[in-house]
Write a protein that binds this ligand. Structure first.
Ligand code: PGA
Length: 256
């Protein structure tokens, strides 16, 4: 079994302007002990308008944090009013881009084809997509969880080469668990992540065993340790509990 380095990503969604973002990162890095970052990747995904400020802070203070974006468009440039392109993000030293978050799929009409084009565009510019998959409550209650997440994973990675796949991160986010306070049980999340990994094994063989798959959906300081203890779960994509530096710091210290 390859060693998979855990990865915890903060998805701030539409919270924190650039002043608040700087204060957050300064406080977080002040309170989190250096050992916490050993063997762990910590990614901050703020709104676009915060990226430049955080890039400058991370570089000048040499912080052990990676920068992530929450979305991007799939074209490099052009007449796409309001969109932000992958090369613009790469220029800001963005390392990860969340692609296909359920809020994008449900509220902004992103389908599997758009998600696939975004995944390819992010990879083309040297960044790593955090590819989100997850079932609705209706799909879950209809017994279609496995088919939904496997189908989303297959579609998202269409045309992605093995070398590119090695950079990718996947996030399993059951939609019924996002922002609701109802997290999937660790066993349940682990089982579905196993399904996603076996779909990836069909595409990439043994490389799937090295792919990092996060769980997301109401991850909190109080449940992160049980989730991270599961064999298939390699990290967390954290919304609500990533907004307060004290709470996020407690979450990063799981198991200590
Ligand atoms: P939540 O959000 O932690 O607030 O449930 C997770 C996400 O949507 O990434």
């Amino acid at each position: 079994m390859p060693d998979r380095r855990p990865i915890i990503a903060a998805n701030w969604k539409m919270h924190h302007d650039h002043h608040a973002a700087i204060q957050f990162v300064q406080k977080l890095t002040y309170i989190v002990e250096a050992e916490v970052y050993e063997g762990l990747d910590v990614v901050i995904c703020p709104p676009f308008t915060d990226l430049r400020s955080l890039q400058t802070l991370i570089e000048s203070d040499q912080l052990d944090l990676a920068l992530g974006a929450q979305n991007c468009y799939f074209e490099d440039q052009g007449a796409f009013t309001g969109e932000v392109s992958p090369p613009m993000l790469a220029k800001l030293k963005v390392a990860y881009v969340i692609v296909g978050h359920s809020e994008r799929r449900q509220r902004f009409g992103e389908d599997d084809e758009i998600v696939n084009r975004k995944v390819q565009a992010v990879l083309r510019h040297g960044m790593a997509p955090i590819v989100c998959v997850g079932e609705t409550l209706e799909e879950r209650e209809g017994g279609r969880t496995a088919e939904t997440v496997a189908g989303q994973a297959r579609a998202a990675f269409a045309g992605v080469t093995k070398a590119q796949f090695e950079r990718c991160v996947v996030a399993y986010e059951p939609i019924w668990a996002i922002g609701t306070g109802h997290n999937a049980t660790p066993e349940d999340a682990d089982g579905t992540i196993g399904v996603i990994r076996s779909a990836l094994r069909d595409l990439y063989g043994d490389l799937a065993d090295g792919a990092r798959i996060q769980y997301g959906g109401s991850v909190k300081p109080g449940n992160v340790a049980d989730l991270m203890a599961m064999p298939e779960i390699d990290g967390a994509l954290v919304g609500g509990a990533s907004l307060d530096p004290d709470e996020f710091a407690r979450l990063l210290r799981w198991g200590r």
